[in-house]
Design a protein around this ligand. Structure first.
Ligand code: NDP
Length: 459
């Protein structure tokens, strides 16, 4: 039998890679991991975690205003960007340390350098050749770059966490998770914020109602939304960056953030040396057990360009460890994965959108509540909440739950358990609410929306 230096060599210490490495080591495997940048990967360093801290920061301005209706008088609040960035950096450094410690405690050997495949079992890591029975590619993705004149003047999400100065005027290009979240962050922190999106509504794939509701709420909060538009160039102007829009209009901004998707990190990994197949977008192609076309090479997370979500990469990492070292072939169930956009207000969703449900099931019942949350009765804040359940008419199974409004992500996480368990509307109805909360709407909605076309026909 061939003997290798390691049972598993993981490339990339992001969420998926770290989980796979730790779990494999806990199952008794000899594991090494290579990371050239920072432990914890995108999510911890330049993604979910610092983004959420910035979301918290950006909410205070509105919270201070809301407090007045409750009798509080405050001086003029002031925000200091440098303090936020320094405090955020300190927290991220702390988390980096924790990730490194977790790996060390699990007995995983760490290489702080770039790794490259030399063949299907051999890796060059910082100039050293090592061999492994299995190689796991967990290198994640990176932001797609602008492809317009002046692209070198634009930012991507990686940069935005380290800006020296808060932009007074920012243009965000792209209507996905990142664009919408940063629009809320900068607007909340007081930057004049414009979001341009090429389609008629942002957040493609989310429930239509939710998309339009959020656009109205963001507009009310002062984000300038420009749909059905793109930008054609960016140039240094007399007053910042001069951006030309597809309708010919020109406008100046201090920063332009491009958030038009992320591409898999597969370049320079030597995947071709092992003959690993990539798809058209450069993502590693894997089967349901995360195996590539080369038996000893596996891949998980964003580098496979499936669902680019940290908890998905974690689940995939667990599955790989179990498959390889527990003799228990494990897949990941991708149905009913809840997700949230930390916009302002946040939106969260699980299961099918109304459109998808109508397409797949034909007859569906829609329950919908659009209201002013109790907190805003005294605050004077105009923010509303939207909650929606999609129910299959024949079986009464709840197919989807959608929410826009404060704490949407916290609320939908619990609803996701019910949907995953296959709960019917009866079970939602039989559940006693917690009063007074916004969440209780999910168990008190009784009135079905009229079927499309019915109300118009009656008029
Ligand atoms: P998304 O794929 O979510 O959105 C990309 C956006 O850019 C879409 O609106 C898309 O439009 C638009 N777009 C694509 N190409 C162009 C182009 N050439 N010109 C103009 N617009 C373009 O990508 P993000 O970068 O926002 O985020 C990447 C991924 O990271 C997300 O999909 C998500 O999986 C993950 N993420 C998750 C978060 C969370 O869980 N809260 C937070 C942040 C990121 P169109 O719709 O027309 O294609």
């Amino acid at each position: 039998m061939t003997s290798y230096d390691y049972d598993l060599f993981v490339i990339g210490a992001g969420s998926g890679g770290v989980r796979a490495a730790r779990m494999s080591a806990s199952h008794g495997a000899r594991v090494a991991i290579a990371e050239e940048r920072h432990f914890g990967g995108t999510c911890v360093n330049i993604g979910c975690v610092p983004k959420k801290l910035m979301v918290y920061a950006s909410h205070f301005g509105e919270d201070f205003e809301d407090a007045a209706g409750y009798g509080w008088t405050l001086g003029k609040p002031e925000f200091d960007w440098k303090t936020l960035i320094a405090n955020k950096d300190r927290e991220i450094a702390r988390l980096n340390g924790i990730y490194e410690k977790l790996l060390n405690n699990a007995g995983v050997e760490i290489f702080e350098s770039r790794a490259r495949l030399l063949d299907e079992h051999t890796i060059d890591v910082g100039g050293k050749r090592v061999t492994a029975a299995h190689i796991l590619v967990a290198t994640g993705g990176k932001p797609a770059q602008a492809d317009i004149p002046g692209r070198e003047l634009t930012l991507v999400s990686d940069d935005v966490f380290f800006l020296d100065k808060q932009p007074e005027r920012i243009l965000i290009v792209g209507g996905g998770y990142i664009g919408v979240e940063f629009a809320g962050i900068f607007n909340g922190l007081g930057s004049k914020t414009t979001l341009v999106h090429r389609g008629p509504a942002f957040l493609r794939g989310f429930d239509e109602d939710l998309r339009h509701f959020l656009a109205r709420e963001m507009d009310k909060k002062g984000v300038a939304l420009r749909f059905n538009q793109t930008i054609t160039s960016v140039a240094k102007g007399q007053d910042g960056l001069t951006v030309e829009f597809s309708d010919g209009r020109r406008e100046d901004f201090d920063q332009v953030l491009y958030a038009v998707g992320r591409t898999p990190n597969t370049q320079g990994l030597g995947l071709e040396n092992a003959g690993v197949a990539l798809d058209k977008r450069g993502a590693v192609q894997v089967d349901e057990y995360f195996r590539t076309n080369v038996p000893s090479v596996l891949a998980i997370g964003d580098v496979t360009d499936r669902l680019q979500l940290t908890p998905v990469a974690l689940a995939e990492g667990m599955a790989v460890a179990q498959t390889l070292f527990q003799e228990s072939p494990s897949r990941v169930d991708y149905a009913d994965i809840p997700t949230a956009v930390f916009s302002q207000p946040p939106i969260a969703t699980v299961g099918l959108s109304e459109g998808e449900a109508r397409e797949q099931y034909g007859k569906v019942d829609i329950y919908r509540a659009d209201f002013k949350p109790m907190r805003h009765t005294l605050s004077g804040n105009e923010e509303r909440a939207l909650m929606k359940l999609i129910v299959e008419r024949d079986s009464e199974r709840v197919l989807g739950a959608h929410m826009a409004g404060m704490d949407a992500a916290e609320i939908i996480q619990g609803v996701a358990i019910a949907i995953k368990a296959g709960a019917t509307k009866d079970i939602f109805d039989a559940t006693i609410g917690i009063h007074p909360t916004t969440a209780e709407e999910f168990v008190t909605m009784r009135e079905k929306q009229p079927d499309p076309g019915v109300s118009e026909a009656a008029e």
